[in-house]
Design a binder for this molecule. Structure first.
Ligand code: SF4
Length: 315
């Protein structure tokens, strides 16, 4: 578990983004051809960072970074469902000591805005205000990350997905061998996932729902299980995978159990953190099932699930 990550920390491997720093000019090539080139690289090598950066910026002109596939030109001041502009805002950035033990201290960058609309969002002050915070020039952020005390860079939000072109710009300036952590809801498009492949060393994912009805009702999103399951399988092919699942009150049978069963049956070496710190915030009071904390009975049941799934869960 976390083999790639540990090898980078031990100086035995370089993070993907540093290995991807190769010469190459791509701005005159058609987008379709760039995707073909990227696919060929992915099959046998690490795609150049410059190629990923060019593709990510082309996608900004018809944004399909996530499965909303809004198609808007974000370079012309248009925004899609997430409301995030082409020059994203950072809500805060700090050394995080509250992440999983292996990750701390984690240099965590919180972007404003998110591509999901979870009615109970535990970070709603960040996720639902894409205009909050401020834009930081990529070179300046790269210097801060390179000279910081974090043992990795942790891209989060809101969600990092709408900000992928900017993140690639930052990596173009970075030089330190810091593992890159993608801390996300994983509602990316296939193209978004391709850009992450052999770029992110660790996927720290948030697996929320075991069925599409709960996802639609509480996060306003279609095809949740198909998209997020697919993306976990893709993620595991090239990076280390740590999965978080926040237990929602009244959702152990319909969400927690199916998620754990799916993970056990379909992923190779995941590490799952089942979290019980849910708070009924933001709009949760308007939904009877989630307008409360977990009950003692539910917390006991989670403890029993951790034992039942001890091969994949952490305590
Ligand atoms: S990131 Fe997703 S929600 Fe935001 S504009 Fe692009 S496709 Fe739409």
């Amino acid at each position: 578990m976390l083999e790639r990550y540990r090898a980078i920390l031990g100086g035995k491997k370089l993070p993907y983004y540093l290995k991807a720093k190769k010469d190459g000019q791509y701005h005159l090539t058609k987008e379709e051809e760039l995707w073909d080139m990227h696919k060929n690289f992915l099959e046998k090598d690490i795609p150049p960072l410059a190629l990923k950066t060019e593709l990510a910026h082309r996608m900004l002109e018809h944004c399909e970074l996530c499965e909303w596939r809004c198609g808007v030109d974000r370079t012309r001041d248009k925004t899609g469902k997430c409301g995030v502009s082409a020059e994203p805002n950072i809500s805060s950035m700090f050394l995080h000591f509250g992440e999983e033990q292996e990750l701390i201290p984690s240099h965590t960058v919180f972007f404003s805005g998110c591509n999901l609309e979870c009615v109970y969002c535990q970070n709603y002050d960040i996720s639902q205000q894409p205009d909050a915070g401020r834009n930081v020039r990529p070179k300046i952020l790269a210097e801060r990350l390179d000279h910081g005390a974090g043992i990795n860079v942790n891209w989060v939000g809101g969600d990092p997905t709408p900000n992928l072109p900017y993140i690639l710009d930052v990596m173009e300036y970075m030089e330190e061998p810091l593992p890159q952590v993608w801390n996300s809801n994983m509602y990316l498009s296939k193209e978004g996932m391709q850009l992450l492949a052999k770029l992110m060393d660790v996927y720290l994912t948030d697996f929320k729902y075991g069925n599409d009805e709960c996802a639609k009702r509480l996060s306003g999103v279609d095809d949740y299980t198909m998209v997020v399951k697919r993306n976990h399988i893709i993620a595991e092919r090239t990076g280390d995978l740590m999965i978080r699942h926040l237990v929602l009150p009244g959702h152990i049978e319909c969400c927690t159990k199916p998620i754990l069963e799916w993970i056990r049956e379909n992923l190779q070496l995941p590490r799952v953190n089942i979290m019980t710190q849910y708070r009924p915030v933001y709009m949760a009071n308007g939904y009877d099932d989630i307008a409360r904390y977990l009950s003692d009975r539910e917390i006991t049941e989670v403890k029993s699930l951790r034992r039942q799934f001890s091969g994949i869960t952490r305590f």
